[in-house]
Unconditional design. Sequence first.
Lengths: 386, 386
Amino acid sequence: MRDACSKCGVTFTPLLDIAFWTATIFGSVTGSGFGHKSMALSTSAVTIADIARAAGVSVSTVSRTLNNKPDVAEATRQRVQAVIEELGFTPHAQAQRLAAGRSRAIALLFPDAQLSLMREEFILGAAKAASDASYTFYLMTSSITRPQLTALCRSALTDGIILMEIHLRDWRVSYLKRIGFPFVMIGRCANNNGISFIDMDFEQGIAQAVEHLANLGHHKIALLTFPDDVYQRGYGPAVRGRDGYAQTCRRLGLPAIIAPASDTQAQLAEATNRLLDRHPDLTAMISMHGDTTIAVYRALEGRSLRIPEDVSVIAFITRRTAELFTPPLAAIDFPAYDFGYQAGRMLIARLQGANAVEHILPPPKLILRQSVAAPRTLLRNGLTIS
Amino acid sequence: MRDACSKCGVTFTPLLDIAFWTATIFGSVTGSGFGHKSMALSTSAVTIADIARAAGVSVSTVSRTLNNKPDVAEATRQRVQAVIEELGFTPHAQAQRLAAGRSRAIALLFPDAQLSLMREEFILGAAKAASDASYTFYLMTSSITRPQLTALCRSALTDGIILMEIHLRDWRVSYLKRIGFPFVMIGRCANNNGISFIDMDFEQGIAQAVEHLANLGHHKIALLTFPDDVYQRGYGPAVRGRDGYAQTCRRLGLPAIIAPASDTQAQLAEATNRLLDRHPDLTAMISMHGDTTIAVYRALEGRSLRIPEDVSVIAFITRRTAELFTPPLAAIDFPAYDFGYQAGRMLIARLQGANAVEHILPPPKLILRQSVAAPRTLLRNGLTIS
DNA sequence: TTGAAAGCGTTACCAG
DNA sequence: CTGGTAACGCTTTCAA
C-alpha cells in the first residue's frame, strides 16, 4: 500500500444519521487483491506490446492501426485487428493521453453557490455533448480558487472548460483568456471578444414578461430578484435582469418595484410578504428564482390571495419544473439542458480546430400557463370572481 | 493538427432551432495558438525536472517532497517548496496517474433510460463525495455496453465505479466482480456478497405507506408502478416495490391493485384514469414514480376528485420536489443526494484500503404532507366536506 | 509501409 | 536522507 493512501486522512462528515443505518459486514472481498497498484496492473494486462508481439509487428504499427492512420497496409491492419479482438485489448487511456498531449476530456465547473437556476440540467446536457463526441466528462463541484484553476489547467486532465455563473467581470475568464486555455461560458461577461458563450437573454425575457403583463392591464408588476450584493458583484443574471426590468418599466411608464432576496424559500416568502405589505395593490410578480418560487405561491396562499385571480406570477424556469406548480407556472422558458449541450458542443468544436467564436443568445420564449391572467379590477367588469 | 482531429467526424444533432439563434462571429481567437499539442505544452511548461534543477536536487527528491514522503530533510523540503512556489509549479496529473498506477478518480455510470427516480441529485452527491476526498469525478451518461464497460475498466481513467439502476441479476455487477474491479452500487442485486451498496428499502417503504393509509381507514389502495417488462427484467425497485406491496396487502387483508405505467406524464395519467374507471371506490394511491406523479394530480383534478379529500397520494420522491406539489406531496423520502454521497464515500473508502463491505439500507421515512387524509367516508362522520 | 527509439512527466525502487 | 534510473503504456518522429 502506498504512503499516500494511509496519510491523506480525509474525514467524512456523516450526513443524517447514516451511522445508524449502516449494516457493515466485515469480510474479505472478491478474489483478486484490491491493492491499488496490483489492481491497475491486473486490470490492464494486455498492452500494445503484447499485440505487437502476437501479430509479429512493431508497436508503432499497432499504434497506427489503433489510430486509423493511413500509412499501414490493409493486410497488416487486418492481422493486427484480429489479434486485438482475440486478446481483448483496449487502450490505456491514461497513457494515450500522456503521450498524445490531449485528454479528449472536457470539464464543467459547477459552483456550489446558491446563485444558480436550474442547475442540474446543465450537467446532463454538457455530459451528453461530451459523450456524443466520445469525450469524457469531468464534473467539478467545489467552488474554485485561483490556484485550483491554475492547477486544473496544468494538470492536463482536461482539454477545455465550461464556466458557469459568469460575472460581468470574471477573474476566471481573464485568467483563462490570458493563458490561452480553451473554454466556453454559460453566461457572458461585459466584454466577450474572442470567447464563445451561450446565455439567457434576461433583458429580453423580462421585457417580454413585463410587456405581456402590461398588455393584460397590470400596472404594478414587481420583480423578485437577487440580493443587492450579488448585483453589486456583477453577477450577470442579477445585473441584466434588474436593469432590463427597470428599463422596460421606464419605457412603459410603470413603477419599478424591486424585491431582492436570496434563493431560499424562507427569504423569498419574506420578500413576498414585505412586498405585499408595502404594495397591497400589486397584481403581478416576476421571479428570477427557480423552483424556490414555490415560496411565492405559498406566501400568497397564506394571505388568501389567489393565483392568477389576485396576483399573476411569472418565473425563469425549466418546463419540467414549471409544470409541477399548481396552477402551472407561466415562465420564460429556461432550457438548461440545451444550454449545457450547446456549451459542450461549442467547446469540443473549438478543441477540434474550429476557429469560429460563437455567441448564442436564444430569443427568450414566454410560455403562458395558468399562473397569469388579467388583473382582478379588469376582470370584474366581465367576470364574477368568488 | 493531428489526424484524429480532422477525422473523428462527429455530427451534432441540433437541439431545438438553435441554428437560428446562433450569431456566429468569425475571427481569430486569443493570442496563444489553440492547436491541441501546442496548448498542452504551453500550459504545463514547468516540470519537476525544472524544479529539481533550480533547487539543486534530483527529481526523486522533488517527487518525494511533492508527495509528503517522510524521508526528506526538512531543510531540503523547504528549499524545494520555495522553488515550487516561485516557479508556480503544479503537477501534471496525467503523468502522475500513469506513473502511480492510480487515477484518484471515480466514475458514476448514469443511465439514459427513463427508469430512474430523482436522478440528478445522485450526481451532485457523488461529485461532492469525490471532491471532499480530493478525487476527480467522471460522469458517464450514455448507457453502457459490455465492450464499453471493459474499455472503461482497462482505460485506467478511474479507480472505481458507481453503478445505478441495478437489476436483481445484473451483468455489469457480475462482470466487475469477476475481474475484481472496484465498484459500489446505488441499488442492490439478489445476491450482494462482497459488494457494497446503498439502497432504498422499497419493501419497507411501501409497507409503511400502506399501513399508514390502512390505519387511516383506507381499504382500496392502489400502487402505480413500473411496466411489466421492467418488472420481468428484474429491475430492483420494480420488483421489490411490487412484491412488497402485494405482501403487505395480503398481510392486512387488503386487495392488491397494481397499475403498471412507464415514467411519463402521459402514461401515468392514462394509468390513473384506467384505475379510477375500474375502481371508482379507490381512496388512495401510492406512486413509485418521481416528479411525473404530477400527472396523477392532474388526472384526479380532471375528474374533479380532490386531494386528499377524495383520494390520498403518496410517492417516492425527494423533499425538494415533493414541496412543489399542491397540496404538498406526502412521500417516502428519497434522499438521493445523500445516496450519491454515501456511494461515493464508500467507493473511495474501499479504494483507500478499507476492506469492510458496507450494506446500507436506511429505514425509509414517511413524510406526511397534505396529500394524505382519512378517506371521505370516515371523515363524514366528524367533519363537513364541501 | 514498417521498425527503432526517443519521449510524455511522474513515481518508485535500489544503491549509496 | 539523496540521486540515478527503470518503468508506466502509448504516440510520434526519423530512417530504412
